[in-house]
Design a protein around this ligand. Structure first.
Ligand code: HEC
Ligand code: HEC
Length: 323
């Protein structure tokens, strides 16, 4: 019994230690005041998924004003489909290719739209076809405008629009950050989690080379419906994100045109690695606990601390009585 109480206390303290290790001070972006910036970023990605609603019928009204993209249905209602993962619309990564629509960018360093302007656009005051007020509640509108006002990162100078390679950057630092915070779930080769990207299966390496902007947005803010350690919570700077991207671009992407013959016969094939357990179990457990705690927030930490404290006290008293 005594041992059990002591173990309980120890476990609670371990939780706090894991939290202290994973939580870093001072987010790189300004603290979210008057709204939830991360939620805003996820709404921008896919508000239909965040809100758990079904998509409006048909295409978004403004969609009919373009004829270059063959997308239709729910995707045409997502902010990112028109304004891009780099927030630059036709001025950025969507200036050509299958994603070109001609819709404008939202990143305007010389004349950043203020909250009122953003809200006016989102409620159809600027253009009635751009009215989301029937679908997005007040909280979501606030979160979105907070994100658009102060959450956008300008990576234009650091990613080559044609080759999609990171310009500059520190791959060694990227590797270190990746292995500390990401590899426990995604695997050291980025292939543990396979997700759908543009109608096909992709690993982190695939995404990093094909859509570095999406990689950065999701690394910083997460992906709707997923509990993931994100750069924003880790206090990563914009450059930290790009360093991780640079490193991820060197991970196996599965996109080699002429795949090299396997050099080491003892190496397991890529297929058997997919879905395997994290390589480094201890780091995996710590990051896992950390991610969980970040997800559950302060309440749990304080609760855990109290329980741990009480259990330790009980143990102390009991062991005194016993002696
Ligand atoms: C079908 C394409 C499309 C979708 C989807 C879309 N927009 Fe737009 N957006 C536009 C167009 C076109 C404009 C230009 C002016 C107008 O028609 O309102 C615009 C303008 C804006 C503006 C005003 C920019 C400025 O400089 O004043 C903001 C802010 C904005 N959109 C945010 C969003 C957000 C947030 C979402 C998702 C909830 C979204 N948009 C979804 C096409 C789209
Ligand atoms: C706790 C586990 C976990 C950790 C830690 C984690 N991720 Fe993820 N990540 C996920 C899951 C789950 C998904 C969703 C996969 C899917 O869509 O099926 C995901 C998705 C992503 C995506 C988006 C894929 C897409 O759909 O475009 C990126 C990019 C990504 N992670 C990068 C990272 C980076 C970089 C880190 C380190 C900061 C990280 N992840 C840490 C679990 C994790």
């Amino acid at each position: 019994m005594k041992k059990l109480i002591f173990l309980g206390g120890l476990l609670a303290l371990l939780f706090i230690a894991a939290w202290l290790i994973t939580a870093r001070p001072a987010a790189a972006l300004p603290p979210a005041e008057g709204g939830n910036l991360v939620r805003g970023a996820m709404l921008y990605d896919n508000w239909i998924a965040v809100l758990g609603v079904s998509a409006p019928q048909g295409n978004m009204p403004l969609w009919e004003t373009q004829s270059t993209s063959s997308r239709s249905g729910p995707d045409t209602w997502r902010c990112v489909t028109c304004h891009g993962w780099d927030y630059r619309g036709k001025e950025g990564a969507y200036s050509s290719g299958s994603n070109y629509t001609g819709f404008p960018g939202l990143f305007k360093p010389n004349r950043p739209p203020g909250k009122d302007e953003i809200l006016a656009a989102l409620t159809g005051k600027t253009d009635s076809r751009h009215d989301f007020s029937a679908y997005l509640d007040a909280t979501s509108l606030t979160d979105l405008s907070l994100f658009l006002e102060s959450g956008l990162t300008d990576d234009a100078q650091y990613i080559d629009l044609v080759s999609r390679k990171v310009i500059g950057g520190d791959a060694a630092r990227g590797k270190q950050l990746y292995e500390t915070s990401c590899a426990s779930c995604h695997g050291t080769d980025g292939k543990t989690l396979i997700f759908r990207y543009d109608g096909r299966n992709a690993s982190l390496g695939t995404l990093a080379v094909t859509d570095p902007w999406r990689f950065l947005h999701k690394t910083r803010f997460g992906t709707p419906g997923t509990e993931m350690t994100i750069g924003y919570d880790l206090g990563w700077t914009a450059q930290d994100g790009r360093d991780v991207l640079l490193y991820a671009q060197s991970l196996p992407s599965g996109l080699e045109i002429n795949p090299p013959a396997p050099a080491m016969s003892e190496r397991p094939s890529a297929e058997t690695e997919v879905g395997g357990p994290p390589k480094n179990t201890f780091a995996g457990i710590l990051t896992g606990i950390g991610a969980m705690i970040i997800g559950l927030g302060w309440n749990l930490i304080i609760f855990g601390f109290l329980i741990g404290f009480i259990l330790l006290l009980v143990w102390l008293i009991r062991s005194r009585k016993a002696s």
